[in-house]
Design a protein around this ligand. Structure first.
Ligand SMILES: O=c1ccn([C@@H]2O[C@H](COP(=O)(O)O)[C@@H](O)[C@H]2O)c(=O)[nH]1
Length: 243
Protein backbone atom coordinates (compact mmCIF):
# COMPACT_ATOMS: atom_id res chain seq x y z
CA UNK A 1 0.00 0.00 0.00
CA UNK A 2 1.37 3.44 -0.79
CA UNK A 3 1.80 6.01 1.95
CA UNK A 4 -1.18 8.11 0.85
CA UNK A 5 -3.57 5.15 0.95
CA UNK A 6 -2.31 4.25 4.43
CA UNK A 7 -2.54 7.86 5.61
CA UNK A 8 -6.21 8.08 4.54
CA UNK A 9 -6.97 5.07 6.73
CA UNK A 10 -5.36 6.49 9.86
CA UNK A 11 -7.56 8.45 12.29
CA UNK A 12 -5.76 10.10 15.21
CA UNK A 13 -7.80 10.56 18.40
CA UNK A 14 -7.37 14.09 19.78
CA UNK A 15 -7.99 13.07 23.38
CA UNK A 16 -6.79 16.32 24.97
CA UNK A 17 -8.44 19.09 27.00
CA UNK A 18 -7.68 22.22 25.00
CA UNK A 19 -8.14 23.45 21.45
CA UNK A 20 -4.51 24.64 21.51
CA UNK A 21 -3.24 21.13 22.22
CA UNK A 22 -5.53 19.73 19.53
CA UNK A 23 -4.39 22.26 16.93
CA UNK A 24 -0.76 21.63 17.78
CA UNK A 25 -1.25 17.87 17.24
CA UNK A 26 -3.16 18.44 14.01
CA UNK A 27 -0.45 20.73 12.62
CA UNK A 28 2.25 18.16 13.37
CA UNK A 29 0.31 15.08 12.35
CA UNK A 30 -1.73 16.16 9.33
CA UNK A 31 0.88 14.91 6.84
CA UNK A 32 0.49 11.46 8.44
CA UNK A 33 -3.24 11.09 9.19
CA UNK A 34 -6.33 11.32 7.00
CA UNK A 35 -8.79 12.23 9.73
CA UNK A 36 -8.82 13.46 13.33
CA UNK A 37 -11.23 12.26 15.97
CA UNK A 38 -12.81 14.61 18.50
CA UNK A 39 -14.29 12.68 21.38
CA UNK A 40 -16.20 13.65 24.47
CA UNK A 41 -13.12 14.94 26.34
CA UNK A 42 -12.30 17.77 23.91
CA UNK A 43 -15.96 18.39 23.01
CA UNK A 44 -17.14 18.69 26.63
CA UNK A 45 -14.17 20.91 27.42
CA UNK A 46 -14.22 23.22 24.39
CA UNK A 47 -17.63 22.75 22.80
CA UNK A 48 -18.61 22.91 19.13
CA UNK A 49 -16.10 25.74 18.51
CA UNK A 50 -13.27 23.19 18.63
CA UNK A 51 -14.98 21.14 15.93
CA UNK A 52 -15.79 24.13 13.73
CA UNK A 53 -12.23 25.45 14.11
CA UNK A 54 -10.77 22.25 12.69
CA UNK A 55 -13.42 21.92 9.95
CA UNK A 56 -12.74 25.52 8.89
CA UNK A 57 -9.07 24.62 8.46
CA UNK A 58 -10.08 21.85 6.06
CA UNK A 59 -9.38 19.06 8.57
CA UNK A 60 -11.60 15.98 8.23
CA UNK A 61 -13.22 15.45 11.63
CA UNK A 62 -14.77 12.28 13.03
CA UNK A 63 -16.98 13.46 15.90
CA UNK A 64 -17.08 10.55 18.34
CA UNK A 65 -19.91 11.49 20.71
CA UNK A 66 -21.67 8.09 20.53
CA UNK A 67 -25.25 9.38 20.49
CA UNK A 68 -27.57 7.07 22.41
CA UNK A 69 -31.07 8.28 23.28
CA UNK A 70 -34.65 8.08 22.08
CA UNK A 71 -35.12 8.53 18.29
CA UNK A 72 -36.50 12.09 18.50
CA UNK A 73 -33.60 13.32 20.64
CA UNK A 74 -30.96 11.65 18.47
CA UNK A 75 -32.63 12.92 15.32
CA UNK A 76 -32.46 16.54 16.56
CA UNK A 77 -28.88 16.10 17.78
CA UNK A 78 -27.84 14.61 14.42
CA UNK A 79 -29.39 17.59 12.65
CA UNK A 80 -27.31 19.96 14.77
CA UNK A 81 -24.13 17.92 14.25
CA UNK A 82 -24.63 17.96 10.47
CA UNK A 83 -24.32 21.75 10.61
CA UNK A 84 -20.85 21.60 12.12
CA UNK A 85 -19.34 20.29 8.90
CA UNK A 86 -17.94 17.05 10.31
CA UNK A 87 -16.98 14.25 7.95
CA UNK A 88 -18.32 11.50 10.21
CA UNK A 89 -20.14 11.00 13.54
CA UNK A 90 -21.49 8.05 15.44
CA UNK A 91 -24.47 6.68 17.34
CA UNK A 92 -24.81 3.55 19.46
CA UNK A 93 -26.25 0.54 17.63
CA UNK A 94 -27.84 -0.41 20.98
CA UNK A 95 -30.19 2.55 20.44
CA UNK A 96 -32.01 0.37 17.94
CA UNK A 97 -33.48 0.57 14.46
CA UNK A 98 -35.74 3.63 14.82
CA UNK A 99 -32.97 5.65 16.45
CA UNK A 100 -30.36 4.80 13.80
CA UNK A 101 -32.79 5.51 10.96
CA UNK A 102 -33.75 8.85 12.52
CA UNK A 103 -30.09 9.87 12.82
CA UNK A 104 -29.30 9.22 9.15
CA UNK A 105 -32.52 10.73 7.88
CA UNK A 106 -32.28 13.98 9.81
CA UNK A 107 -28.67 14.63 8.94
CA UNK A 108 -29.42 13.79 5.30
CA UNK A 109 -32.23 16.37 5.26
CA UNK A 110 -30.18 19.03 7.05
CA UNK A 111 -27.18 18.53 4.76
CA UNK A 112 -29.43 18.84 1.71
CA UNK A 113 -30.90 22.10 3.03
CA UNK A 114 -27.39 23.45 3.65
CA UNK A 115 -26.04 22.11 0.35
CA UNK A 116 -23.17 20.29 2.06
CA UNK A 117 -22.17 16.63 1.85
CA UNK A 118 -23.98 14.43 4.38
CA UNK A 119 -21.65 13.33 7.18
CA UNK A 120 -20.98 9.62 7.29
CA UNK A 121 -22.95 8.03 10.14
CA UNK A 122 -21.55 4.94 11.80
CA UNK A 123 -22.73 2.78 14.70
CA UNK A 124 -20.73 1.84 17.78
CA UNK A 125 -21.15 -1.89 18.38
CA UNK A 126 -19.40 -3.32 21.46
CA UNK A 127 -16.76 -1.04 23.00
CA UNK A 128 -13.20 -2.29 22.54
CA UNK A 129 -12.67 -1.98 26.31
CA UNK A 130 -15.15 -4.83 26.90
CA UNK A 131 -13.87 -8.40 26.97
CA UNK A 132 -15.92 -11.58 26.78
CA UNK A 133 -16.37 -12.07 30.56
CA UNK A 134 -17.49 -8.44 31.06
CA UNK A 135 -19.85 -8.72 28.06
CA UNK A 136 -21.59 -11.75 29.56
CA UNK A 137 -21.37 -11.07 33.30
CA UNK A 138 -21.41 -7.26 33.62
CA UNK A 139 -23.53 -6.27 30.62
CA UNK A 140 -25.66 -9.39 31.00
CA UNK A 141 -25.56 -10.14 27.28
CA UNK A 142 -25.39 -13.77 26.20
CA UNK A 143 -23.24 -15.41 23.55
CA UNK A 144 -19.99 -14.37 21.90
CA UNK A 145 -19.17 -10.69 21.38
CA UNK A 146 -18.55 -11.49 17.72
CA UNK A 147 -22.18 -12.53 17.13
CA UNK A 148 -23.58 -9.36 18.72
CA UNK A 149 -21.16 -7.15 16.75
CA UNK A 150 -22.08 -8.76 13.42
CA UNK A 151 -25.82 -8.60 14.23
CA UNK A 152 -25.53 -4.87 15.09
CA UNK A 153 -23.44 -4.25 11.96
CA UNK A 154 -26.14 -5.85 9.81
CA UNK A 155 -28.84 -3.80 11.57
CA UNK A 156 -26.82 -0.61 11.06
CA UNK A 157 -26.44 -1.41 7.38
CA UNK A 158 -30.17 -2.10 7.03
CA UNK A 159 -30.87 1.30 8.64
CA UNK A 160 -28.78 3.07 6.01
CA UNK A 161 -25.70 3.73 8.13
CA UNK A 162 -22.32 3.87 6.42
CA UNK A 163 -20.46 1.57 8.76
CA UNK A 164 -19.60 0.60 12.31
CA UNK A 165 -17.08 1.07 15.07
CA UNK A 166 -15.80 -2.31 16.24
CA UNK A 167 -12.62 -4.06 17.26
CA UNK A 168 -10.54 -5.30 14.34
CA UNK A 169 -10.97 -8.71 16.00
CA UNK A 170 -14.45 -8.68 14.44
CA UNK A 171 -13.50 -6.97 11.16
CA UNK A 172 -13.24 -10.09 8.99
CA UNK A 173 -16.71 -11.31 10.02
CA UNK A 174 -18.25 -7.84 9.53
CA UNK A 175 -16.59 -7.51 6.12
CA UNK A 176 -17.97 -10.89 5.08
CA UNK A 177 -21.51 -10.05 6.25
CA UNK A 178 -21.73 -6.38 5.24
CA UNK A 179 -19.76 -6.24 2.01
CA UNK A 180 -16.77 -4.39 0.60
CA UNK A 181 -18.06 -0.80 0.88
CA UNK A 182 -19.16 -0.84 4.52
CA UNK A 183 -16.89 1.22 6.79
CA UNK A 184 -15.23 -0.68 9.61
CA UNK A 185 -13.63 1.85 11.93
CA UNK A 186 -11.42 0.15 14.47
CA UNK A 187 -10.14 1.59 17.75
CA UNK A 188 -8.16 -0.65 20.12
CA UNK A 189 -5.21 -0.53 17.73
CA UNK A 190 -1.93 -1.23 19.44
CA UNK A 191 1.38 -1.13 17.56
CA UNK A 192 3.71 -3.97 18.45
CA UNK A 193 4.92 -3.57 22.04
CA UNK A 194 2.56 -0.70 22.93
CA UNK A 195 0.75 -0.66 26.29
CA UNK A 196 -2.88 -1.86 26.13
CA UNK A 197 -4.12 0.56 28.80
CA UNK A 198 -7.85 -0.03 29.25
CA UNK A 199 -8.31 -1.59 25.80
CA UNK A 200 -9.21 -5.30 25.83
CA UNK A 201 -9.89 -6.36 22.22
CA UNK A 202 -6.69 -5.05 20.66
CA UNK A 203 -5.14 -5.70 17.24
CA UNK A 204 -1.92 -4.47 15.59
CA UNK A 205 -2.09 -2.05 12.63
CA UNK A 206 -1.11 -4.80 10.19
CA UNK A 207 -3.60 -7.24 11.72
CA UNK A 208 -6.44 -4.72 11.47
CA UNK A 209 -5.83 -4.08 7.78
CA UNK A 210 -5.47 -7.79 7.02
CA UNK A 211 -8.84 -8.39 8.71
CA UNK A 212 -10.56 -5.81 6.50
CA UNK A 213 -10.70 -2.66 8.65
CA UNK A 214 -11.29 0.47 6.55
CA UNK A 215 -9.95 2.87 9.21
CA UNK A 216 -7.68 2.54 12.22
CA UNK A 217 -8.24 4.83 15.23
CA UNK A 218 -5.11 5.47 17.26
CA UNK A 219 -4.94 7.70 20.32
CA UNK A 220 -2.42 7.27 23.12
CA UNK A 221 0.18 5.26 21.16
CA UNK A 222 0.59 8.41 19.04
CA UNK A 223 -0.48 11.44 21.05
CA UNK A 224 1.14 10.33 24.32
CA UNK A 225 4.38 9.26 22.63
CA UNK A 226 7.50 11.36 23.31
CA UNK A 227 7.53 12.16 19.58
CA UNK A 228 3.98 11.89 18.11
CA UNK A 229 5.23 12.35 14.53
CA UNK A 230 7.70 9.50 14.87
CA UNK A 231 4.96 7.36 16.48
CA UNK A 232 2.50 8.11 13.64
CA UNK A 233 5.14 7.23 11.07
CA UNK A 234 5.80 3.97 12.91
CA UNK A 235 2.07 3.12 12.77
CA UNK A 236 2.04 3.81 9.02
CA UNK A 237 5.11 1.62 8.72
CA UNK A 238 3.29 -1.21 10.53
CA UNK A 239 0.36 -0.66 8.12
CA UNK A 240 2.77 -1.56 5.36
CA UNK A 241 2.95 1.94 3.91
CA UNK A 242 5.69 2.39 1.36
CA UNK A 243 6.89 5.77 0.13
O1 LIG B 1 -15.12 0.93 21.07
C1 LIG B 1 -14.50 2.02 21.12
C2 LIG B 1 -15.03 3.21 20.69
C3 LIG B 1 -14.28 4.35 20.74
N1 LIG B 1 -13.02 4.34 21.23
C4 LIG B 1 -12.25 5.60 21.23
O2 LIG B 1 -11.08 5.45 20.39
C5 LIG B 1 -9.96 6.05 20.99
C6 LIG B 1 -8.90 5.04 21.25
O3 LIG B 1 -7.83 5.63 21.93
P1 LIG B 1 -6.51 4.82 22.39
O4 LIG B 1 -5.78 5.86 23.21
O5 LIG B 1 -5.79 4.43 21.14
O6 LIG B 1 -6.94 3.66 23.21
C7 LIG B 1 -10.46 6.76 22.25
O7 LIG B 1 -10.74 8.10 21.92
C8 LIG B 1 -11.75 6.05 22.59
O8 LIG B 1 -12.69 6.93 23.21
C9 LIG B 1 -12.49 3.17 21.66
O9 LIG B 1 -11.33 3.12 22.13
N2 LIG B 1 -13.24 2.03 21.59
Amino acid sequence: MNIDEARKKLIVALDVDSTEQALDLVERLKPWAGMFKIGMRLFYSQGPAAVEGLCRRGVKVFLDLKLHDIPNTVSQAARVLARLGVAMFNVHAAGGRAMMRAAVESCRKESAVLGIPRPLVIAVTVLTSIDQPAFNRELGLSGPILDRVVAWALLAKECGLDGVVASAQEAAAIRQSCGPDFLIVTPGIRPTGAACGDQKRIVTPAGALAAGASHLVVGRPIIAAPDPVEAARAVLDEMGASV
